[in-house]
Design a protein around this ligand. Sequence first.
Ligand code: PGA
Length: 248
Amino acid sequence: MTRKRLLVANWKMNLTRDAASSLAGELRGAASGLRSSEIWIAPSFGALSIAGEEPPSSPLKFGAQNVHWAESGAFTGEVSVPMLRELGASFAIVGHSERRHVFGESDDLVIKRALGASKLGIDVIFCIGERLEERNLGRTHEVLERQLEGLFGEPPKGVIIAYEPVWAIGTGKVASESEISDAHSFVADLWTRRTGAEPPQILYGGSVTPENFASIAALPKVSGGLIGGASLKASSMQALIEISEKLG
Ligand code: PGA
């Protein structure tokens, strides 16, 4: 079965509810009748309720930018899978580099989130990626393996990996095609070696724009993109969708 290319919009801590609702409306139009692409959107928690207002025929899927592993409990500031599902979310991003490096989420904590949330029935987009100093020291593969390690024992059903080199996120410095191919092939081979299963879809993220997406999306082990800055404007998302559809 060939899977559709995934374009995942990570809106981060941007767009109040009204702005999120109107951008989603524009994207709904752009996303209807797509043959080879799927559009997933991760608004802020506050704006996620727009998911519940989508018409049943909407091609858009909505998700959260983080999720807790437990169903409920004394976890101030956290949100659980049942709460997300109630809002209409069907996936959650876990381990984004801003969570890891700005908010200090450890490899273990991120793994706990991914395994727990997946067991509670939500699709997980699991982010991994090396920092510039790690790449410069030739430690990229080691870092990616360490971040993935906790998934190999019991790989979460339906997990999607997002390879996002930390130095490429929000910097305008996109990874080169050979850096992306190398990381994606490493992750895919490692996954098969460690789990005996087919590798999951692997998205690339980090300064994706309409200018660079055609060559990135055409790389053999790239299943789509996790898009930050360029996902905040209808015009650039539309351009990315057109590129994806042209690639087929
Ligand atoms: P960016 O963000 O496209 O703005 O680099 C990507 C991400 O953080 O997922």
